[in-house]
Design a protein around this ligand. Structure first.
Ligand code: NAP
Length: 305
């Protein structure tokens, strides 16, 4: 099979396409023919070891000291079940599935084997593989942080989403909408078309100073890009309000229930994949360069095969 490997930490050019043996599923595993993955902020961060201070050492310990121990990067996939182990009961050959491998990585390849009880489920029936791959990373992260913030606890909850045009931000807007939240989005003037497409009408432009001047109070303030001043965010909280940020020690954990929520919302046509660009597999370096700029709107998809 064709796979993209990361030979050492460094710029996008460290990525190389190679041919590797096709994996064989164990009794409780599913073999998925991957059709699409996404290149996310986390992928470029890992490839370039782009973390600060003590986190660099932590990341080397977790992922590998001089290069990723698992050379095939990529954490999300959409594809078709090609074979199942003898004890698999949840999936059948030919079904479309999507999921996230997290620290097991491995989705920048034509095939992957994954335990049937892991973070994998049937893909939304009305989604293309590009769309299914696009919605996972931001979607699972946004569900994690907003649920932790208690979005389901109150009706008409007031939520401010800072950095609303990224993968996590566009997902957070849509997850908050699914809870009928009263949403204020903070983005740049460059992002207005994306935000309007999502149906948000309360928008603050950070590049025009509107966020810094803002004084309304919110039940939840979610910094979905990790670039807002924590002091400013906390000043916008109601007395019992909750602040969450993607930047810090809290790491989103993945659960199949999150994938199922995304599938349900997508099938009800209440969720947009917010795809910015689609790259073919042989342009993975260009895809990494684009994502690394930190300016993408929504998601970047890599077609596999
Ligand atoms: N802790 C966790 O578990 C966890 C989980 C997921 C993600 N993350 C982290 O969360 C961050 C965001 O991830 P992502 O995938 O959503 O990133 P992304 O898609 O690459 O975010 C890019 C977006 O952020 C906007 N942006 C850039 N600078 C901004 C600023 N100063 N203020 C507001 N918006 C700004 C950009 O638009 P403009 O330039 O036009 O503003 C662009 O639309 C990453 O650092 C990632 O590592 C953490």
């Amino acid at each position: 099979m064709k796979a993209i490997i990361c030979q050492k930490y460094g710029p996008p050019e460290v990525l190389k396409t190679v041919t590797l043996p096709k994996p064989v599923p164990k009794d409780d595993e599913v073999l998925v023919k991957i059709m699409a993955t996404a290149i996310n902020s986390a992928d470029v961060r890992i490839r370039g070891l782009k973390v600060k201070g003590i986190m660099k050492l932590v990341m080397r310990m977790v992922i590998g000291f001089t290069k990723p121990r698992k050379p095939i990067l990529g954490t999300v996939f959409s594809g078709r079940v090609e074979a199942v182990g003898s004890k698999v009961t949840h999936f059948k050959i030919g079904e479309n599935v999507f999921g996230m491998t997290g620290l097991k990585f491995g989705t920048n390849a034509e095939y992957i084997v994954i335990n049937e009880k892991a973070n994998i489920t049937l893909a939304p029936m009305n989604a293309t593989h590009e769309e299914s791959a696009a919605i996972i990373f931001g979607g699972q992260s946004a569900i994690y942080f907003l649920e932790k913030a208690g979005i389901a606890k109150k009706s008409n909850i007031k939520v401010l989403i800072y950095g609303a045009t990224g993968s996590v931000g566009t997902a957070a807007v849509q997850i908050a909408q699914s809870h009928n939240a009263d949403i204020t989005a903070v983005c740049s003037t460059r992002g207005i078309a994306f935000i309007e497409k999502l149906g948000v009408n309360k928008v603050l432009f950070y590049d025009q100073g509107e966020f810094e001047e803002h004084t309304s109070k919110y039940d939840i303030v979610f910094d979905a890009v990790g670039k807002a001043s924590k002091k400013k965010c906390r000043s916008l909280l109601e007395k019992d309000g909750v602040f969450k940020t993607v930047e810090g020690m809290e790491v989103a954990s993945e659960a199949r229930s999150q994938l199922e929520k995304l599938k349900e919302l997508f099938e009800m046509e209440q969720y947009d994949a917010t795809i910015d660009k689609v790259f073919p597999m042989d342009q993975v370096i260009e895809a990494h360069r684009y994502v690394e700029q930190g300016r993408k709107k929504g998601n970047v998809v890599l077609l596999i095969g």
